[in-house]
Design a protein around this ligand. Structure first.
Ligand code: ATP
Length: 591
């Protein structure tokens, strides 16, 4: 689809405002052109001593009235035309955000958040400018420019031609400079976001910097970023500083030409003194349309390029979506089955075969079952694929081959909203929003009763922490929860999951950052809940899964052993050795 189609609905919706805005703008242009005519009459009458004070006052009132009208119409064109551009900006940004939210996690693996931010801010700003100021610049360049030239030519054609000689310099000069100014402005923006990101990161990681005594290096790094920002700003200032005086020079060259040639013609009587003064006023008026002519092409090219980029994102289909035949199950009770599931983040089997490439799956031929209300533990060394198994269940990624069934239905045949609504997920790295603890647990679900909130908070062993905070539930946790410890963040994520009334609970290393005692309490609560929910727990601490009905040991994406805790202590060397080691460790901490 052509990207300009994106704008059509907004332009149609706002057509009345565009029409009224254009009418106001044209009115301003026409009124501006009348003023030099009035000045001409006054000057001609004055030079012929053919005017009295009353008539002079009438002319002065005309000009004051016109100036008032110009002010009023200028207010309206700004309100209407710039208002339309703001409404388009709002609509496009919402459209983009709505679409990006639907895209699959694999898309975010490939695209940097900073780039998406740039699309949502810079690109949309360029589109807004191309619409708002684009309409204004085209109208002024064409209408005001042509009409001013016509008025000048009406006075004297030869003089007009002479005056117009420096004008192409203004048109091409503006085009030349605005391209460069835009490039340098982009560099300033890029440098500013680098600087703010560096400052933000260093403040967020201040503990690491202090612990490793890297304050000096950190300061040096920020000084470099700061210097870069200043240098880029100076480059921008240099070009802006050259552009405007140069344009004034070209405009004044025209003025000098009028003064000399027009003055001569006035002496010889070819034009009247009034015409001479009016001509000078028209030269003042014509500078802006010439600049607009040079500016508008850049403005529109830039807006079009930004629109293409936004369109490209909007045309990206989510890899994971509801099939047309997807069904809504009457109820999800929570039986989970993996049948020969293989998965790779980058290549799936079909593609591998096509590329004749040796397959190295993140997960290979994984099969297991968890019945409603049962608990499955997943253990294994780092990078074995434990988190990946969890992320396949809510379809954050789709399997490459094999099947995942929930209540005997392939999860790809269940409506996504129902599937995800049936799962509470505590990821390995809990993400907190820069909001209150309450909002971070509720996630904008305001209908939750206070008692349910308290039960979830108690279950996540978070009650004492909240009581100790001066603002309790209303404590703002800062960006990504900086004011909280790793364990507190993890417990907020747990409370979030415990709050949801869903039949399936997925926990990715839920007690990795809490102390032994808290961990044991959380596990106790999980055990109490296990009869109600189907639970899958990934954990490095084997004591957190030892109670599970079944445990699988994963290595290099393959199941190398499975069974209950007692069985694995007999059959799996990895499990038995790790368990004993951790037992010694826990006993050591307990002393
Ligand atoms: P840990 O115990 O350290 O959390 P894990 O067993 O949970 O590890 P996974 O996070 O599932 O392991 O990762 C399995 C493999 O997949 C690893 O080799 C990892 O590098 C890779 N991997 C994980 N996430 C991605 C991703 N988004 N894109 C590409 N590869 C990934």
């Amino acid at each position: 689809m052509k990207s300009t189609h994106l704008l059509r609905p907004y332009l149609i919706e706002n057509r009345v405002f565009i029409f009224l805005g254009l009418l106001s703008l044209i009115a301003v242009d026409i009124l501006q052109l009348i003023i030099p005519r009035i000045i001409k009459w006054v000057v001609d009458d004055l030079t012929m001593f053919d005017i009295d004070v009353a008539r002079l006052m009438t002319f002065a009132l005309y000009i004051a009235g016109i100036a008032l009208l110009i002010g009023i119409f200028r207010y309206f064109w700004r309100l209407f035309l710039l208002g339309v551009s703001r409404r388009v900006e709002e609509g496009l940004r919402n459209q983009l955000f709505h679409h990006v939210q639907k895209l699959s996690p694999s898309y975010f693996d490939q695209v940097r958040t900073g780039d998406l931010m740039a699309h949502a801010t810079n690109d949309i700003m360029h589109i807004r400018m191309a619409i708002g100021m684009g309409i204004v610049a085209i109208t002024d360049a064409v209408l005001l420019g042509a009409a001013a030239i016509a008025f000048m030519a009406y006075i004297n054609v030869t003089l007009t031609l002479f005056v117009l000689i420096p004008m192409p310099l203004i048109v091409f000069g503006t085009r030349f400079f605005s391209k460069r100014m835009h490039r340098r402005y982009g560099a300033v923006q890029g440098s500013f976001s680098d600087l703010t990101e560096a400052v933000r990161e260093r403040f967020a990681g201040i503990r690491i910097i202090k612990a490793f005594t890297r304050e000096e290096e950190s300061q040096k790094h920020l000084n470099e970023k700061s210097r870069d920002y200043i240098e880029k700003n100076l480059r921008l200032i240099r070009i802006i500083g050259t552009f405007f005086p140069l344009m004034m020079l070209f405009s004044n060259l025209s003025m000098a030409t009028v003064l000399f040639l027009g003055g001569r013609q006035t002496i010889f009587g070819t034009i009247s003194p009034g015409d001479f003064v009016a001509f000078i006023a028209y030269v003042g008026i014509i500078t802006w349309p010439m600049m607009a002519l040079g500016w508008v092409t850049n403005l529109i090219q830039r807006g079009k390029a930004s629109l293409d980029r936004i369109n490209q994102i909007l045309e990206t289909d989510p890899e994971i979506y509801d099939k047309k035949t997807a069904i809504f199950l009457p109820k999800i009770v929570g039986n989970i089955a993996f049948q020969n599931v293989s998965f790779d983040y980058e290549f799936c089997e079909k593609e591998d075969r096509a590329h004749n490439r040796e397959t190295s799956h993140v997960l290979s031929e994984i099969s297991f079952q968890v019945q409603q209300g049962q608990t499955l533990g997943i253990v294994g060394p780092p990078g074995a694929g434990k988190s990946t198994i969890l992320s396949l269940i809510p379809r954050l990624y789709d399997v490459c081959s094999g099947k995942i069934l929930i209540d005997d239905t392939d999860i790809r045949d269940i409506q996504l909203a129902q599937l995800r609504g049936a799962i509470s997920f505590v990821p390995q790295e809990p993400f907190l929003f820069a909001d209150t603890i309450r909002e971070n647990i509720l996630l904008e679900n305001e209908s939750v009763h206070q008692q349910r909130l308290l039960t979830a908070v108690n279950a996540a062993c978070l009650d004492e922490t909240i009581q100790d905070l001066s603002d309790g539930f209303d404590t703002i946790v800062g960006e990504k929860g900086v004011v909280l410890s790793g364990g507190q963040k993890q417990r907020i994520a747990l409370a979030r999951a415990f709050l949801q009334d869903s039949p399936i609970l997925l926990l990715d290393d839920p007690i990795s950052q809490v102390d032994m005692e808290t961990g044991a309490n959380i596990v106790k609560y999980i055990r109490e809940m296990t009869h109600k929910k189907t639970t899958i727990i990934v954990s490095h601490r084997l004591s957190a899964v030892s109670f599970a009905d079944n445990i699988i040991v994963l290595e290099n994406g393959k199941i190398i052993a499975s069974g209950t805790h007692d069985q694995l202590m007999e059959t799996s060397t990895y499990y038995a050795q790790t368990y004993k080691l951790q037992e010694i460790e826990e006993a050591f901490h307990a002393v």
